[in-house]
Design a protein around this ligand. Structure first.
Ligand code: C2E
Ligand code: MG
Ligand code: MG
Ligand code: MG
Length: 292
């Protein structure tokens, strides 16, 4: 049953009861294998724009699940459950196959596109992962530098020794490595020092109010400086408006990903978007330009 809750501002919020939310979790875990086979799951791609070149040369692959009865399930919700149920490796393998196959299609269309895949904590404890990725790259005939792997600080924390070893192997293959959601986990500075990464992605929570919040702006500019000092490139996540672009450019941020440029798109739409953007990106650097 739905529980109606009166909040202080008078808005009535419906929350799922415990039984209902437990039922939902069981459904999600139970239905994943079938969902993989029946096309309920698919990948979308969000552009990452290189600021100095004003070109989109890389992107992030994000998973989507439209469930027949539950509808859209946010990835944050089902990834956590799949991880808990021990199925994340299967899902990650599926994501890798989908993404590499898509990159081959784009390559045939004349678009060389680096794609980043999100790895979760369990993936990083799997010492077979580097070999599996190497075989997949060989199978699809793709260069490792076209594949980027995003890991969060909390995923690294789980078993730092194994994770550093796995990351080292992935780096040896020639894959790019990124720290995702930077600044929201713990001991961020030690990870900058110790992990063999190429890129730092500053979390959206610091980027979204960069035009109004001085503290956020300070965190972002300092993170860019620090990351550059280590030789890493910096991506700002979640930039939604032109003012943000202006500020991030002045901070010398290398790459920007966010709704201002584009939401994550289905593969065909993504190809169209990139073709148009890379042909004429100048207008995005004018204040009136907007994606929405
Ligand atoms: P993430 O890796 O940090 O991905 C960025 C999230 O920010 C995405 O949410 C993206 O749609 C959203 N985003 C990008 N720009 C903007 C913006 O300007 N404004 C706002 N409000 N949001 C923006 P999404 O797709 O819901 O994914 C959420 C999280 O789920 C991801 O966070 C990632 O941790 C996880 N995830 C998604 N796909 C996968 C996957 O294939 N495998 C794994 N292991 N995790 C995934
Ligand atoms: Mg990510
Ligand atoms: Mg992120
Ligand atoms: Mg995230």
């Amino acid at each position: 049953t739905n529980l109606a809750k009166n909040t202080s501002n008078g808005i009535v919020v419906y929350e799922m009861g415990q039984d209902e939310s437990h039922q939902r979790e069981l459904t999600i875990i139970r239905d994943l294998p079938e969902a993989l086979e029946t096309g309920q799951l698919f990948m979308v791609y969000q552009p990452k724009v290189n600021i100095a070149q004003r070109q989109c040369l890389s992107s992030e692959a994000l998973i989507r699940w439209i469930h027949p009865s539950l509808g859209f399930i946010p990835p944050d919700e089902f990834i956590r459950l799949i991880e808990q149920s021990g199925n994340i490796k299967v899902l990650t393998q599926w994501v890798i196959q989908q993404v590499l196959a898509q990159q081959v299609i784009w390559q045939k269309q004349g678009m060389q596109m680096q794609v980043a895949i999100n790895l979760s904590a369990h993936d990083l404890q799997d010492t077979h992962l580097p070999d599996q990725i190497q075989s997949s790259l060989d199978y699809f005939g793709l260069d490792a530098s076209l594949l980027s792997l995003e890991v969060t600080e909390s995923a690294v924390m789980a078993d730092t020794k194994t994770v550093i070893c796995v990351l080292g192997e992935l780096k040896k293959l020639g894959c790019k490595l990124s720290i995702d959601d930077f600044g929201t986990g713990q001991s961020s500075l030690a990870y900058l020092r110790d992990l063999p990464v190429d890129e730092v992605k500053i979390d959206r929570t610091f980027v979204k109010n960069i035009d109004t919040n001085k503290n956020d702006a300070l965190i972002v500019s300092a993170t860019v400086q620090l990351s550059h000092g280590f030789g890493f490139t910096v991506t700002a996540e979640g930039m939604e408006n032109y003012i943000g672009l202006d500020i991030l450019e002045s901070f010398e941020c290398d790459t920007i990903q966010g709704y201002y440029f584009s939401k994550p798109l289905a593969a065909a739409e993504f190809y169209q978007w990139v073709s148009a953007f890379n042909t004429d990106s100048g207008k995005w650097w004018q204040p009136h330009s907007s994606n929405t």
